[in-house]
Each structure stands twice: as C-alpha cells, then as structure tokens.
Design a protein around this ligand. Structure first.
Ligand SMILES: [Zn+2]
Length: 275
C-alpha cells in the first residue's frame, strides 16, 4: 500500500512512519494530515468516518498528496469536503494539487482516456469506471470532465439550485455556457433536470443544444444525463455536446490557413511580399 511504502522512498525522506488512518476528531473535517509535535519522523492521517468507503479512500489519497507535495511547508493540514472532493477552481492551490495527486493515484489518466475514447460515454460506463477505480461516482465524473475531448458540462444541483459547475477544456475554449436565468441558477424548462418525474437518465436523452446553452445553433445536438442521489435533493447533470464549429468571432482557423500558405511561399525560395 502506498501509505506504508512512502516513508522508504525519496518522497518520504526523513519520515519513519505514516500511521494508519484514524477517525477524525473534528466533525467539519473531511481529512487531516498531521505531524507528531514530539517526533517529526512520525505523521498521521485522520479521515471522516461518516463518509462512504470510496470517499474515505479518496481523502486518504488527498492527504498523501499533501504529504508528498507540501509537508515541507506545513505540519498540519485540515481539509473540508469542498477542498477534498470537488476539485473546485476556488479551492486553494495546494488543495487542487492534492486533489490532482489523489486523482492520478486512483484514476490513472491513460487508462481513463483509453476507456472514454474507445466507446460511447453514458452513465453506465462512468459508474462502472468508478467501481473499477474504487472512487465515488462524482469523483469519476469530475475526472471525466478533465479528460474528455468533447464539449461537456457537469452540473451539481443542491435542493434545486446550481451549486457547482465544471466544464471540459473544449467547452471552455469554445465558450460553451449554460443559460442562467436566475442566481443561483435553477434547471431550465424542457430539460431532464427540470423534470421531477425522471430521477435517473443513464442512457442520455438527445435534444437541441440551444435548450441548455447560450449561442448554440438550433441544429446542434446535446445529450443530457441525470443521476439523483437517494433523497433527490442532490442531483448530477451531465451534458455532452456535439463538437462546435468555428464561431463567427473565432477566426483562428483562417489565420492558420494563411500561415501555412505563407510558409509554403517562403520555403519555395521566393521572398514574401506583404501587403
Ligand atoms: Zn487538503
């Protein structure tokens, strides 16, 4: 196991032992990493006992991230749920680094990328991958958003209001955004998210991307997926959109083309004439 092996490696230099995880004495804390004040070679991890086994596993991996990356800076790390599990932009830099460490440890990027590009993505696939990696469904969905090449948006609703949003790289680059009619946002009309008679939609429902997103052509498609947790007060929505075409304001593809012909011109030995 990684925890037991670390002290014997260069990553654990100067440390004799990381003690087995114990129940956290602080209720608001999801995980803690602490150094024994009387013995700097001894470190310990505390984890929220009330969390699911998958979450506890991720939390321990997160604290090991602090151990490897940050222990020279501090002797105590106290991480709450938002810091550990949600990989939010708003969390501090070291929290995101520890999350990244945990994600890489538990959900190797090359394996994940291979699985999500070799077949159609739906919630059955993502749930199966979460089981394979021993992580929570939400952690896997967040990881999927990081690795997918598609335009994808993950939304986390809490009691009918949007709490968190994650967008894939290509969604950010193509300026793909959901329409917000209120603050905090509520599910939009005619979406699966707004339909209370549907608690699970794991196959995905096709609809026009314009139903959800700003500035989409009506013929662009998206697939909407939904997962509700037990009490229905927590809902995850996953949107996977068709690839975007270049938008009017985005002329980079034209620049690329003229750059190529410019290159050809110069490589043919002729002096370029610029107008
Ligand atoms: Zn942390």
């Amino acid at each position: 196991m990684v925890r037991e092996g670390l002290p014997g490696t260069p990553y654990g230099e100067g440390v004799k032992i990381i003690k087995p995880p114990m129940a956290s004495p602080i209720k608001s804390s999801e995980g803690m990493l602490v150094c024994n004040p009387d013995d700097p070679t001894e470190w310990g991890i505390f984890v929220n006992e009330d969390s699911s086994p998958e979450r506890r596993r991720f939390t321990i991996a997160h604290e090991l991230g602090h151990f490897v990356l940050h222990r020279a800076k501090r002797r105590t790390f106290n991480c709450d749920k938002a810091a550990v599990h949600l990989s939010l932009e708003s969390a501090g830099v070291i929290e995101r680094e520890a999350d990244e460490f945990a994600s890489n440890l538990l959900m190797p990027g090359d394996v994940l990328r291979d699985r999500i590009t070799s077949q159609d993505v739906d919630l059955y696939l993502l749930s199966g991958l979460a089981k394979t990696f021993g992580v929570s469904f939400e952690a896997l969905c967040i990881r999927f958003i990081k690795f997918t090449e598609k335009r994808a948006i993950l939304l986390h609703w809490d009691n009918g209001f949007l709490k968190y949003e994650w967008r894939s790289r290509s969604a950010v680059l193509s300026n793909t955004r959901i329409r917000r009619l209120s603050d905090p946002a509520e599910p939009l009309r005619d979406t699966v998210a707004a339909d209370e008679s549907i608690t699970q939609e794991w196959n995905g429902i096709d609809m026009s991307a314009a139903v959800w997103c700003v500035g989409e052509q009506p013929y662009m498609k998206l697939q909407e997926f939904k997962h509700s947790y037990g009490g229905r007060d927590r809902v995850l929505t996953l949107l996977i959109l068709e690839d975007a075409e270049p938008r009017r304001w985005d002329n980079s593809w034209q620049d690329q083309e003229s750059f190529d012909s410019f290159d050809q011109f110069t490589s043919s030995g002729q002096m370029p004439i610029r107008k």
